[in-house]
Design a protein around this ligand. Structure first.
Ligand SMILES: [Zn+2]
Ligand SMILES: [Zn+2]
Length: 255
């Protein structure tokens, strides 16, 4: 599995961090997790066009995680060469209402003409395909928020939290996973309900015994950029002994 953090930011503009979006490549398939505003262009800069995307998974429907679906469907309709392979879009309860709402505003301009669009709502359970399995659990954030655990046929595992607070769901998804991507929204002394802090992320990593922790989804007030945060890293390593990566846009790693 090849993972690229397409956007490591949040809904608050940042000079260095784009809105939330993560790309997972398994064999020749492109799986995209969340598409905040501007994600389509960020993906393009990472070498992925609207012809390449196979699956999009939504963790929830806050606009900073979901808004670029409209741009993606628009581009897929008008792109040349024409897209012919199907697009699979998966998300929690609310996906169909979200898509219906987009249709009522944008109409024909976002209706696929040359390919099939498949929408699937899931709040808990398993999604299987030939090359991977994805486990879905509800998380503690908005009314319908989910996280994902992706398991390749070779037994490699990756968990993507979307937005969440500390909860049983994320611990289940993260249990002994190879790489754990967690949202890390606010500093520990400015904790906001429904979001994680650096210490809570380290606690989840420690309790779940994951192999590696990747922190992303940094609000400007919690902008942990790699080099200047040795003191934070030192503190977090007291809680979680494994490797910790502070994500930046276009960071790539192999699971
Ligand atoms: Zn959110
Ligand atoms: Zn968010």
């Amino acid at each position: 599995m090849e993972v690229t953090i397409i956007g490591s930011g949040t809904g608050i503009p940042s000079k260095t961090r784009a809105y939330p979006c993560t790309l997972v490549k398994i064999k020749d398939k492109h799986l995209v997790f969340d598409t905040g505003p501007g994600s389509l262009r960020q993906l393009f800069l990472a070498g992925v066009t609207c012809l390449d995307i196979d699956h999009i998974y939504y963790s929830h429907f806050h606009p900073d995680h979901s808004l670029d679906l409209v741009s993606i469907l628009f581009a897929m309709r008008y792109n040349t060469p024409k897209r012919t392979k199907p697009l699979y879009v998966t998300g929690p309860t609310g996906l169909k209402a979200f898509h219906d709402g987009l249709l009522s505003v944008f109409g024909e301009t976002i209706k696929p003409k040359t390919f099939d669009l498949h929408l699937k709502e899931i709040d808990r359970g398993e999604l299987t395909s030939d090359d991977w399995k994805i486990i879905v659990e509800p998380l503690q954030h908005s009314m319908h928020s989910i996280g994902f655990r992706i398991e390749s046929l070779e037994g490699k595992t990756l968990t993507y939290s979307g937005d969440t607070d500390y909860c049983a769901g994320i611990l289940r998804l993260a249990r002994k996973v190879n790489t754990l991507i967690l949202e890390c929204s606010f500093p520990d002394d400015q904790k906001v309900e429904g979001h994680l802090t650096p210490r809570l992320c380290a606690q989840i990593a420690s309790e779940s015994q994951c192999g590696r922790l990747v922190l992303s989804h940094f609000y400007p007030v919690c902008d942990l950029a790699g080099k200047n945060n040795n003191h934070v890293l030192y503190e977090l390593n007291n809680i979680y002994k494994g490797e910790i990566i502070f994500a930046e846009d276009f960071a790539r790693f192999t699971v």
